[in-house]
Design a protein around this ligand. Structure first.
Ligand SMILES: NC(=O)C1=CN([C@@H]2O[C@H](COP(=O)(O)OP(=O)(O)OC[C@H]3O[C@@H](n4cnc5c(N)ncnc54)[C@H](OP(=O)(O)O)[C@@H]3O)[C@@H](O)[C@H]2O)C=CC1
Ligand SMILES: O=C1OC[C@@H](O)[C@H](O)[C@H]1O
Length: 354
């Protein structure tokens, strides 16, 4: 690793599924790494579980295995931690972020950044006052494929003007077999298809329909419907209607599975299909025009899962003294959460915290 690359020392909060994927990716030996990452400490609410996590996911992958912090607070207070990664259920994101920020830590917080836009505004206000870097870990936005997709659409206008975008994320979460306390079932933990996976459909839709983000983006009208079972949305559908008439038809569902093409962008001169097992982790996209009727396919290497791209981007931003990401600024996280709030207002899904 070259000395000019920034190094970030991470404190990991929560030892569930996503944290295991994240730390494994950070420990990967990679070509073209833009930064070095050290898992400095792991914070868990359970000593036994936390130690199991370190043994299973970091022990063999890092020369110095991290010690366990028996409380999250101990992680926030560790002077050798530069940045806290928050991998807890949605409902805890706001408080975990506020607690880390209060100790002057930078924060990368899993998606959705908070349960609603009000909570997110509170966190960004605290981050602004403390002058720390904070970002939502919407990892897909940092895939080279995602950047290439936006480039061919908006800079190269490969399919002309965008007219319609369809995007779906469906995965069978076998809800009936899960305990009522599961984060996928308990409304108090933020359960529901929209915030868990619909956020990806919306992310792709917004990226395809508009080259701008945050305050510079156009504001579409939203029409939405949700299927509610036991007070949580098991399916959500939203239509984004833009002032010029273009539409996004964006859906998610937790009882079925999206076929391997999860997104279709139709333009005045052709269409693009985006492929992958899930819209969170795209593999390729194919452009169809009258000149390429068989399709021109763009495939992208992805060693591991691809979480290191967002982590590298965060490291570069922090090294440059930034408090927010250009690729995912606070205003874009807020815009998306405002839209998710509106979908739930129309569709009926509510959290006790709303
Ligand atoms: N970017 C992506 O692809 C993905 C992102 N996510 C996001 O990550 C977050 C966590 O999801 P996931 O890893 O699947 O969740 P898990 O249930 O697998 O893990 C969550 C962890 O949070 C901690 N936690 C603290 N309090 C609670 C509580 N009351 N109930 C349950 N867990 C608690 C626990 O860690 P401990 O016991 O160590 O304190 C637990 O292991 C969600 O916000 C989700 O949206 C999830 C999957 C994929
Ligand atoms: O972000 C996510 O993407 C993949 C899914 O497995 C998971 O439930 C969700 O949180």
């Amino acid at each position: 690793m070259s000395a000019s690359k920034p190094t970030l020392r991470w404190g990991i909060i929560g030892t569930g599924l996503i944290s295991s994927w994240f730390v494994q990716d950070l420990c990967l030996e990679r070509e073209n790494a833009q930064a070095s990452h050290i898992i400095q400490v792991v914070g868990s609410s359970s000593v036994e579980k936390g130690n199991r996590f370190i043994d299973a996911h970091v022990q063999q992958r890092q020369s110095r295995p991290p010690p366990l912090c028996a409380t999250y607070e101990q992680t926030y207070r560790d002077p050798d931690v530069d940045i806290v990664y928050i991998g807890t259920p949605h409902a805890f994101h706001k408080q975990n972020c506020l607690d880390a920020i209060a100790q002057g830590k930078h924060v990368l917080c899993e998606k959705p950044f908070a349960l609603n836009a009000k909570e997110a505004r509170e966190v960004f206000k605290a981050a602004g006052e403390k002058g720390v870097f904070v970002m939502e870990a919407l990892w897909t936005r940092f895939f080279p494929l995602f950047e290439a997709f936006q480039r061919v659409l908006h800079r190269d206008e490969a399919v002309g003007d965008v007219v319609r975008v369809f995007c779906d994320f469906a995965m069978n979460q076998s809800l009936s077999s899960l305990d009522a306390s599961s984060r996928l079932k308990n409304p108090a933990l933020g359960a529901g298809s929209l915030l868990d996976i619909g956020i990806y459909s919306l992310t792709w839709g917004l990226a395809a329909l508009d080259s701008q983000m945050g305050g510079k983006a156009q504001q579409p009208k939203i029409v939405a419907a949700q299927t509610l079972v036991d007070s949580i949305d098991v399916a959500s559908a939203m239509i984004l209607l833009y002032p010029d008439g273009k539409q996004g038809i964006l859906t998610c569902n937790t009882s079925t599975k999206t076929p391997p093409v999860f997104c279709r962008v139709e333009g005045t001169k052709g269409h693009i299909l985006v492929e992958g097992v899930a819209s969170s982790a795209p593999r390729s996209f194919t452009i169809y025009t009258p000149q390429t009727p068989e399709g021109q396919k763009y495939e992208f290497e992805r060693p591991g899962k691809g979480f290191y791209w967002e982590a590298d981007s965060v490291a570069l931003d922090i090294a440059a003294g930034k408090t927010e990401s250009v690729q995912l600024p606070w205003a874009e996280t807020l815009r998306v959460l405002d839209m998710l709030d509106e979908v739930r207002r129309q569709g009926g899904a509510k959290f006790p915290q709303d």
